[in-house]
Design a protein around this ligand. Sequence first.
Ligand code: NAD
Length: 249
Amino acid sequence: MFKVMLMKIGIIGCGNIAHNIAKSFQVQAVYDVVMSKCEDIDANVCNNVDELIDECDFIVEAASPQAVIDYAPKIIEKGKDMLIMSVGGLADVKFREKIFTLARKNGAHIYLPSGAIGGIDLIKSAKVAGLKKVTLRSTKNSKTLGYDVKERTLVFKGKASEAIKKFPKSVNVSVLLSIVAGMDIDVEVYADPDVKENIHEILVEGDFGEAEIRVRNKPSPQNPKTSYLAVLSPIYLISSLNDVIRMGV
Ligand SMILES: NC(=O)c1ccc[n+]([C@@H]2O[C@H](COP(=O)([O-])OP(=O)(O)OC[C@H]3O[C@@H](n4cnc5c(N)ncnc54)[C@H](O)[C@@H]3O)[C@@H](O)[C@H]2O)c1
């Protein structure tokens, strides 16, 4: 358990990520459409999101892209800080701009963790001089993606805005990369019957030079569909909120 945070943490969606966060921090309140999912978390179980918003001042979304669309506006309008795991919920540029504008107006902070990838810091620095191209090449187990293939097969090639429609649970990171890079990035998705890990390769070209970042993610112990790193990322982010010293970028 990290130090007890001064802020009251609320979590929407009591699945794998939420349970791991609750092991690391004291949580004030939780909400899940399936109430029984909240049972083993030591926190007040809310009947709806409005109750949770009123009780908490830092709200973690760990539910679904639709939950971001449904709940983010009311959370941000009340000036509450929000950590968004289902970044795919921000795929629509108009919606995302609305949320970001609301945050600026109401003094709320929005946190988008790195999740299952690395390289966000590099892209931010590189963007200062200008980015030419950013590509995400993701390889996942074919069954997890819903494909019956005999060998590694390219099942999608296109822009992130289209990729997230086709794989709403699998390419959250492509939307995050698009937001950071300020462009609808290129995405390739490969289905592979022989891999257990989620492999993300991020290829960046810009005035700074070129970078290739490759992450071979182990599945998280409790839910093989979620990369372990994606669980660890929000835990680090929350633990560092009050840090005086900032490392990287
Ligand atoms: N950014 C990243 O790198 C990254 C990585 C992994 C997962 N994710 C996303 O984070 C989210 C949580 O992941 P997880 O592994 O904990 O999932 P999970 O399936 O283990 O848990 C999700 C929980 O949310 C609940 N839920 C769904 N819709 C809801 C709603 N509208 N309101 C309240 N509760 C709702 C479900 O009942 C479930 O208990 C998913 O959307 C997933 O795609 C993001």
